[in-house]
Design a protein around this ligand. Structure first.
Ligand code: SF4
Ligand SMILES: [Zn+2]
Length: 458
């Protein structure tokens, strides 16, 4: 389901044909819209819209442009509205030093006030920030806004700013500017964690490139989804699933999302074999409290059995057409070689190529050469290397076995590359990884292919 997390359906631009606009949104797959209030009149309008349309929810607050109008009457009205079930957030509030339509001191004061209200009502905050990022983030931090989190709508910053917003529990709102020439949003959107974004139109404003100069509307959030998918090398359905899940966890406080034994991303089926690993890479994500990947909860309470893996992957394979089945996990699958092989043998009958993602420690872990057994069932193996010598491997990957782990990986690699499996060696474009030195090393291994993987920021 598509969600448009930022709409202004009460604006004049929609007064003649709102029913048609909503119908087009639904036809485009939009299942929910967050109607965001901006001034005193918009408070009543927003509440009315949430009553009129089952798929419209509301946020109540005052835009920084109108901070000058904030008074006790307005505050009381907003607080009363926030008692309603379908009013799910506070906003839009924040700072706008670009247009400066209210005195800056007043903007800051009213912003702090609204954060306080959000904390009281335990509802997330929809933030508007323009030419004011440093003050915005400082105030959010000072007021303890991470308690409720929120959405930085029409995200105004680059990678460093995004990191600060995410650290504070905020999602990055991505809309029409993703399609604009000279926008720096695509570079950020490419590497954002899939758990950190929501989609929005900000309609009637910010239409996508091909529609510039026209009134924007919620149906066009599909254009943003498709562009974001193309930028990230993902499928539209992946981006849609991720954005919906991120939104639902924040706005509707969706909890207890079951762990995924198998899941589909980018046209492949992945099997979440284990969380155990013999490395502890500096860039590893597995020890985070939450591990959502494109909407899937990858934190399993216990490792799945071989038959659970087979069942989960088979169910997915029945639903659609996929390129391959990949055994991976936020951990090392060869820690469970017997189950891994049992599941892979059973899944062979689906007729899809089977691949193993590994850190290359398999022979060391199992104290024997497991490559012949792997090669009997797997068509391909991807080995993550990320280092060109023992010292950098020890520093980046922090293996349990110490520096000798690097030699074990190289030995595994040579054997895997010499087997019938297609063998790919991957390195991350992560600070401290010497990609060119790794490339040179891999080029000395016959039949091994080399691939650089994008590191998604966390
Ligand atoms: S090898 Fe993979 S799973 Fe293991 S610590 Fe490194 S990144 Fe994490
Ligand atoms: Zn807005």
């Amino acid at each position: 389901m598509l969600v448009d997390s930022h709409v202004h359906l009460d604006m004049n631009q929609f007064k003649d044909d709102l029913d048609d606009v909503i119908a087009r949104a639904r036809a485009a797959g939009v299942g929910e819209m967050l109607q965001v209030c901006y001034d005193a009149r918009s408070v009543d309008n927003t509440i009315a819209l949430t009553r009129r349309y089952a798929d419209v929810y509301g946020a109540l607050g005052i835009h920084p442009h109108d901070a000058k109008d904030w008074d006790e009457v307005l505050e009381k009205k907003i607080k009363e509205g926030l008692l309603l079930k379908r009013i799910v957030a506070v906003g839009e509030t924040g700072l706008d030093y670009y247009r400066d339509l209210s005195p800056r001191e007043r903007q800051r004061e009213v912003f702090r006030r609204q954060i306080g209200i959000a904390l009281y009502f335990k509802k997330p905050i929809v933030v508007h920030s323009r030419e004011a990022f440093a003050d915005t983030i400082a105030i959010l931090r000072e007021e303890g806004a991470s308690e409720v989190g929120g959405i930085f709508h029409a995200f105004p910053g680059g990678v460093e700013e995004a990191r600060q917003a995410i650290d504070l529990g905020f999602l990055i709102g991505i809309g029409g500017p993703l399609t604009y020439k000279n926008s720096r949003l695509p570079a950020l959107a490419k590497i954002l964690p899939s758990s950190a974004f929501v989609l929005e139109t900000d309609c009637p404003y910010l239409p996508p490139e091909l529609h510039r100069g026209t009134r924007n509307e919620p149906a066009r959030v599909a254009i943003v989804r498709d562009r974001l998918a193309a930028i990230r090398g993902a499928e539209p359905v992946d981006v849609e699933r991720a954005a919906e899940s991120n939104y639902a966890r924040l706005i509707h406080k969706k909890r207890n999302i079951p762990g995924a034994v198998a899941y589909t991303i980018k046209g492949n089926i992945y099997i979440n074999v284990t969380r155990a690993c013999t490395n502890n890479c500096t860039f590893c994500l597995r020890n985070r409290r939450d591990n959502f990947l494109y909407g899937y909860n990858l934190n399993l309470a216990v490792d799945p059995t071989a038959s659970e893996m087979v069942e989960a992957a088979t169910a997915l394979a029945r639903e659609g057409r996929y390129g391959e089945i990949v055994f991976c996990g936020y951990g090392e699958p060869t820690c469970r070689t017997a189950d891994l092989l049992e599941a892979a043998r059973a899944l062979k009958s689906l007729g899809l190529p089977l691949r193993l993602d590994t850190n290359g420690h398999g022979n060391m872990i199992n104290r024997r050469d497991i490559v012949p057994e792997l090669a009997e069932v797997f068509d391909g193996v991807s080995v993550s290397l990320n280092a060109h010598d023992r010292a950098s491997y020890a520093r980046l990957c922090r293996p349990d076995a110490g520096e000798k782990a690097f030699d074990a990986v190289l030995d595994f690699l040579r054997r895997a590359a010499a087997s019938r499996m297609a063998c790919t060696v991957t390195v991350l474009d992560y600070p401290g990884v010497d990609v060119e030195a790794c490339r040179a090393l891999v080029s000395s291994i016959p039949r091994a292919r080399f691939r650089v993987r994008t590191y998604y920021m966390e």
